[in-house]
Design a protein around this ligand. Structure first.
Ligand code: GLN
Length: 244
């Protein structure tokens, strides 16, 4: 199937509230890496009060506890629909605060627990240390294997059941600074603590997401035409920090 006949729909959930540290760069990357291949992109911002409709990719950025509170209520109101979307193999990417809401709950310090939407079997509790810094983590399914980015969170996320880590931390803290896991994955739901923004520095993961979304939409594996990623991958390599 030629890429020129393909279409993909992307929803950015609550960009006015969860869009910390330039997380919009993830949306720009997904759009451009489709457009550069002449894949038609349908795009929709979903804000407070909007009903979330069916899409191939859903993105939720990061934010402080206050913004998470507003978004948590909106996501929880639409939990059943989003669970059906997960089970239809839609692709989700949550960054930091958005990732935390993909689990069962986020328990901030001295505040009521925020309900998550349980797209993945995980939970987050506020820690006493804010993890801030560059992260290098290693996957077992990407080439290059590495993922790089910047973390800034106090939440500690713990994965359970069939939810697997996205990667193993080599430099930085990742999910909780204890078990060397970074991010999580269940079906096509992905979460990560990596800001930066994440996808421009990890173009191979952006393409991985796009291929999953196309497979969900068209029911067959579609391998994307490679792009000239020299600049992106040189940047990626320059950001790989070694654990000395
Ligand atoms: N408020 C959450 C925390 O501090 C998420 C922060 C973020 O999205 N960077 O852990």
């Amino acid at each position: 199937m030629g890429e020129k006949n393909l279409k993909i729909s992307i929803a950015h959930l609550y960009p006015k509230l969860l869009n910390l540290y330039g997380d919009i760069g993830n949306i720009i990357t997904l759009k451009k890496r489709c457009e550069w291949r002449y894949i038609e992109v349908e795009f929709e911002n979903i804000n407070i009060g909007d009903s979330i409709k069916e899409h191939d990719i859903y993105f939720v950025g990061g934010g402080q506890d206050k913004q998470q509170e507003e978004v948590a209520d909106e996501l929880y109101r639409q939990k059943d629909f989003l669970t059906e979307e997960r089970d239809r193999n839609a692709v989700f990417l949550g960054i930091c605060g958005g990732y935390q809401l993909f689990g069962h709950y986020y328990q901030p310090h001295n505040k009521d627990r925020l309900n998550g939407i349980s797209l993945m079997d995980a939970y987050t509790v506020a820690g006493n240390t804010r993890f801030i810094g560059n992260v290098t983590a290693r996957t077992d399914f990407l080439e290059p294997q590495t993922l790089v980015g910047f973390e800034n969170h106090s939440g500690l996320t713990f994965l359970q059941g069939e939810t697997k880590p996205l990667a193993t931390v080599e430099v930085g803290n990742g999910n909780n600074g204890k078990d060397k896991t970074e991010g999580g994955r269940y079906k096509n739901v992905f979460g990560t603590y990596l800001h930066g923004s994440f996808l421009p520095k990890n173009p191979h993961f952006a393409d991985y997401m796009i291929e999953l979304a196309l497979e969900k939409r068209y029911g067959e594996k579609i391998t994307l035409t490679p792009l000239d990623d020299k600049l992106e991958l040189d940047t990626h390599k320059a950001l790989i920090h070694k654990a000395y």
